[in-house]
Design a protein around this ligand. Structure first.
Ligand code: SAM
Ligand code: SF4
Length: 441
């Protein structure tokens, strides 16, 4: 555990805020200490009401500077933060006058403290050790079962977006991309071992940015272009993307790179601007609609999927209706949807107006009904078409093999297992609950 010392000046309100900050920092591994000596983090929670308040803060900072230096000599690190009304009023001046201060945080931004500490630690090359409880459902990427025919390749890890509901930026650290040369070598090896499809993985895969320092930096689109040239590779996919990182060259690649499948998982989370703002998604519902328009202009025949959270703190009936409206406007091939669940230490977990469980459940049921209807409609629209299917494995029903359409839908076909690993045209004849059926064309 790391030691946290909070010194509170002034009113009752400040004492309350100090306790709240301590609660917010507990999941980052900080526990309360009663003296600043040796502390890993010291917060001065200041008050402007008293006379000469700012001067008192500066003289306290002078004392703390000595303790911080001692901690550094002992091989440790003391993070120094100034919070409260003085921070609000004189933030820039504090930083200028007392460079020993690492963070200045005003009363409106306490909920962002975990984010600020994570960012400060990253900037100084430190890793934050948190005790965020692991909940695999949300923290890990959805990984469809690997068959060998379709192989996963991690190109990027971590996240710098700090959506207020999400633990990933704390638990997985900063966004980091792997060098393209290493990725291409691995893709070649996978192809040699029989992979015909490569799925590029990353928490924010479309934020992929070649870490090399030369000026011919690689984007995700360029990576897909190079992978498309590898012998044996017939298909490329990538997941998960953030709407803010959907670059023009990647959109164009969906038109120009025939091996890049017409399928895009583009989570939006909500259709309400108020909720998107509270989630810190940094895009509006209309930004997302416009982005989808651009993608469909480049590639009209693309299957879109998404993630949704219902019952985010403060979500009203009207906000939820805006989500349903967005779903109807866009038209998804399929999507994941979740009830908002509190993740201790994330800003949203301490927001007021948490939504009752029964309301969340009702909204989730309504959303999932709409999404399932859309999925069936999308699947039905393939009946009568002839689609290229990449066969992956034998199916459980005797004599059948299973493959996938370009839109990732599973297809069952009566055919010889020798076709596994090949792309063949299949005439789609019918749909069952979760898959399509057809015959070799
Ligand atoms: N990086 C991706 C993005 O920006 O959409 C997704 C990563 S996250 C691991 C996968 C999904 O889990 C999110 O899109 C979100 O819908 C859901 N999720 C994450 N935290 C959640 C929470 N606290 N409650 C409910 N759903 C959550
Ligand atoms: Fe979590 Fe994705 Fe938001 Fe990053 S962009 S904070 S991984 S939901």
């Amino acid at each position: 555990m790391k030691k946290l010392f909070v010194k509170t000046y002034g009113c009752q309100m400040n004492a309350y805020d100090s306790a709240k900050m301590a609660d917010l920092l507990a999941p980052l591994g900080y526990e309360a200490a009663d003296a600043p000596e040796g502390a890993d983090m010291v917060i001065l929670n200041t008050c402007h009401i008293r006379e000469k308040a700012a001067e008192k803060v500066y003289s306290e900072l002078g004392r703390l500077k000595t303790l911080k230096a001692k901690k550094a000599r002992d091989g440790g690190r003391m993070v120094l933060a100034v919070a409260g009304c003085v921070a609000q009023a004189e933030g820039a001046e504090i930083v200028a006058r007392a460079p020993v201060v690492d963070l200045v945080v005003g009363p409106q931004s306490y909920h962002r403290l975990p984010e600020m500490i994570a960012r400060a630690a990253r900037e100084q090359g430190h890793v934050l050790e948190t005790d965020f409880p692991a909940l695999e459902k949300f923290d890990s990427l959805a990984e469809p079962s690997a068959t060998g025919i379709s192989a996963f390749l991690t190109v990027q890890e971590g996240c710098d977006k700090f959506c207020t509901f999400c633990v990933v930026p704390y638990t997985r650290g900063a966004e980091q991309s792997r060098p393209p040369q290493a990725i291409l070598r691995e893709a070649e090896k996978l192809a040699e071992k029989g992979a015909r499809e490569i799925v590029l993985l990353g928490q924010n895969v479309n934020a992929y940015d070649d870490p090399s320092s030369d000026d011919t930096r690689w984007s995700l689109a360029k990576l897909c272009e190079a992978i498309a040239k590898i012998e044996g590779i017939a298909r490329i996919r990538y997941t998960t993307s953030h709407p803010r990182d959907m670059a023009g060259d990647l959109i164009a690649a969906h038109r120009d790179n025939p091996k890049l499948m017409p399928y895009l998982h583009l989570p939006v989370q909500s259709g309400s601007d108020a909720v998107l703002d509270a989630m810190n998604r940094q895009h509006s519902a209309d930004d997302y609609r416009r982005l989808v328009d651009r993608i469909r202009t480049a590639q009209p025949d693309i299957a879109l999927t998404s993630d949704f959270i219902v019952g985010f703190p403060g979500e009203s009936d009207a906000d939820f209706d805006a989500t349903l409206k967005l779903v109807r406007d866009i038209g998804y091939a399929t999507a994941f949807s979740f009830k908002y669940s509190k993740r201790p230490g994330t800003p949203a977990s301490t927001m007021r107006k948490q939504i009752p469980e029964d309301v969340k459940a009702a909204r989730l049921a309504a959303l999932q009904k709409e999404l399932l209807d859309q999925q069936h409609k999308f699947d039905d629209s393939q009946i009568g078409r002839t689609l290229p299917v990449l066969f992956e494995k034998t199916a459980r029903d005797g004599g059948q093999i299973m493959g996938r359409t370009p839109y990732l839908q599973p297809v069952h076909v009566k055919a010889d297992a020798g076709l596994i690993g090949q792309v063949r045209d299949v005439a789609i004849t019918r749909r069952t609950a979760n898959s399509l059926h057809g015959a070799l064309a």
